[in-house]
Design a protein around this ligand. Structure first.
Ligand code: VG1
Ligand code: CO
Length: 543
């Protein structure tokens, strides 16, 4: 077996987005595309000779091929050992768990998360550091800079490694250990939550339905809900991971998880429904005929955290991404703990968790997690809810309504316009920025604009600054509208509008969010001139 040094030309478009580099599968399949990016990672992270790497992905189309390339490149770049999930599988939170538990130098995760898969779908790759979290912006910038200059990559000439049985093999002098992708993660969950209480709940007639969306969480959910918690086998649906997610869009929201939504809103609905995304880091929580917004879910978990054994001593602080509603802030205030507001993307939470400033983190995009790992964690959130339900023995809806009654309700919705012409979408953002001066103090219908800005974040731990993280329009009554361009799409541009209003009056808490936010939605469209500029008359997805 010999190491081959392959000359290559740099690509100009290997800039990691909100969560790693995401492109069409066909782009990754192009000559040297994957190899260039992997070499750029290895060149940037300066791992010591003989370091250990964790490796796995969400099982989407091209996962297996990419794993083999990365293993051979790791062997040629001086790594001593790679821990790889059996079959090349590791959910994103499980990868984070493995990096931390075995103290590896870092890990490479192959995933395009909630984006569709298959030969015409998306693929993605990202590097996670030794804390188990997504590389910080400083590191991803370094990888991007390297990708624009890389002129050769190193790869071992060797046959493919067998990945379907547990055990250790070698690739040149590098050891490859195929690990159970589920066990370490399931053990960690069992250490945090009261499995006996949840088992009891399920044995007492409480009915659960978990939709794995034919993505990576199927085996994890089966091990946890069925094998360890005794749920009937039928409670986990779409449990078989498929390389194209069965043709679906593995995004757990009201639009793309519609099969589950129908069950929970149908006759004889179960008590609790949940779904996760392509790589297992997102979650959607449903009660019987009731949807819990991710922002509310974070707040409810925070307010009830001490009910779970792993959090019984309380939480140090909460962090939420800027577009996420301020529901969690109200809980933090009541608990007298700090609440941080970060840019979108889990990579901004890592420093806060490492410094012990926060325990819980959340994003409005169906992401919730804690410092047990350094990624958001779909099944963790589902188990947290089940633990709360096992103790409180109330319907999901009642728990949320009681929460609103106590803290008030941050009425919230996000409207996404997907697949827009990039230039037109950027035009909307430029237009909004040009309106800041006129908007400040303006009266629009019954609202008065308090101020506008383009969100900028200074990391309180390392002082790094991230600018241009979303346009915010604040109103004097505490409502706000946020506009942001997505950093995870692979086709055209996706523009997100985030709408939030605070409602203290509990006689109005029953209102549908779209009804309660109708004025703000109209104002958002009017101010942004969106419909005219991108030629759309309705959003693609409303959550
Ligand atoms: C989206 C979400 C963001 C999330 C990111 C990765 O990013 O809005 O909150 O962190 O996806 O999630 P964007 O840039 O498209 O808005 V995952 O589950 O796709 O890794
Ligand atoms: Co994901």
């Amino acid at each position: 077996m010999s190491i081959r040094t392959v000359p290559t030309q740099p690509f100009t478009d290997q800039k990691p987005g909100t969560s790693g580099l995401r492109k069409k599968v066909t782009v990754f399949q192009g000559p040297h595309y994957l190899e260039n990016f992997v070499q750029s990672i290895f060149d940037s992270i300066a791992a010591p000779q003989g370091a250990t790497l964790a490796l796995g992905g969400d099982g989407r189309y091209y996962n297996r091929e990419a794993i083999q390339v990365i293993l051979k490149m790791a062997a040629a770049n001086g790594f001593g050992k790679v821990l790889v999930g059996r079959g090349g599988i590791l959910s994103t939170p499980a990868a984070s768990c493995v990096i931390r538990k075995y103290q590896t130098f870092g890990g490479i995760i192959l995933s395009a998360s909630h984006n569709p898969g298959g030969p015409d779908g998306d693929f993605g790759i990202k590097f996670n550091s030794s804390n188990g979290g997504p590389a910080t912006e400083t590191v991803t910038e370094a990888i991007f800079a390297r990708s624009k200059a890389v002129s050769e990559y190193r790869i071992l000439d060797a046959p493919d490694v067998a990945l379907d049985a547990l055990g250790e093999t070698t690739l040149g002098v590098m050891r490859v250990q195929v690990i159970d992708p589920v066990r370490d993660y399931a053990d960690l969950m069992e250490s945090l939550f009261d499995f006996a209480a949840i088992r009891n709940l399920l044995a007492g007639g409480f009915r659960l339905k978990f939709d794995a969306m034919h993505a990576v969480t199927g085996p994890y959910a089966r091990e946890i809900f069925i094998n360890r918690l005794g749920a009937p086998a039928g409670d986990v649906i779409k449990a078989v991971p498929l390389p194209d997610f069965g043709g679906g869009h593995p995004d757990p929201n009201l639009t793309y998880a519609h099969d589950l939504v129908e069950v929970l809103y149908g006759d004889n609905a179960p008590d609790f429904g949940a779904a996760s995304d392509g790589d297992g880091d997102r979650n959607m929580i449903l009660g019987r005929k009731f949807f819990v917004t991710p922002s509310d879910s974070l707040a409810v978990i925070a307010a009830n955290a001490t009910l779970a054994p792993g959090y019984k001593k309380g939480i140090a602080g909460i962090a939420r991404s800027m577009p996420t509603s301020a529901a969690a802030d109200r809980v933090a205030q009541a608990l007298n703990i700090p609440c941080f507001e970060t840019p979108t993307g889990w990579k901004f939470f890592g420093n806060l968790m490492d410094a012990g400033k926060v325990t819980l983190c959340g994003e409005e995009s169906f992401g919730t997690g804690s410092d047990h790992v350094r990624e958001k964690d779909g099944l963790w959130a589902v188990l947290f809810w089940l633990n709360i339900l096992a103790v409180r023995r109330q319907p999901v809806e009642n728990i949320v309504r009681e929460h609103w009654a106590k803290y008030g309700r941050n009425v919230y919705s996000r409207h996404d316009y997907e697949g827009l012409p990039t230039e037109a979408a950027q035009g909307v953002m430029r237009h909004l920025k040009s309106c800041f001066d006129d908007l400040a103090g303006a009266r629009i219908e019954k609202y008065t604009v308090k101020c506008c800005d383009d969100f900028s974040y200074t990391d309180p731990v390392d002082g790094s600054v991230s600018k241009g993280q979303g346009i915010r329009i604040f109103f004097t009554d505490g409502s706000r509208i946020v506009f942001r361009l997505s950093g995870t799409g692979t086709e055209g541009a996706t523009l997100r509008i985030y709408l939030e209003a605070y409602e203290a009056d509990s006689s109005r808490h029953h209102l549908d969010a779209q009804v309660a936010l109708a004025d703000l939605i109209r104002i958002a469209l009017q101010v942004s001139e969106l419909e005219l500029r991108v030629m759309r008359d309705k959003p693609t997805v409303i959550t």
